[in-house]
Design a protein around this ligand. Structure first.
Ligand code: ZN
Length: 78
């Protein structure tokens, strides 16, 4: 992989609404595993899921996409 622009990073994101209708949560990360980690934490606290089942994980991974243009210094500082 090469990085055409210094400081530009492709970010992956998962919209919880793709899994749970009506939820506004969006998990962002530098790669799929970071997104999955945030999604798992969110699912636990917001949706009372003790653990992500294989089925839910499959759906979640399929729903992860490139977040596209990303402003440096923008979101995902948490
Ligand atoms: Zn949610």
């Amino acid at each position: 992989m090469n990085h055409p622009k210094e400081g530009f990073r492709t970010v992956r994101e998962l919209r919880c609404a793709d899994l749970m209708a009506g939820c506004n949560f969006v998990a962002r990360g530098k790669d799929d595993s970071e997104v999955m980690k945030k999604t798992a934490e969110h699912a636990k606290s917001a949706h009372k899921m003790a653990a992500i089942s294989v089925e839910v994980e499959k759906k979640a991974r399929a729903a992860i996409r490139d977040a596209g243009a990303f402003e440096p210094g923008g979101p995902s500082k948490a």
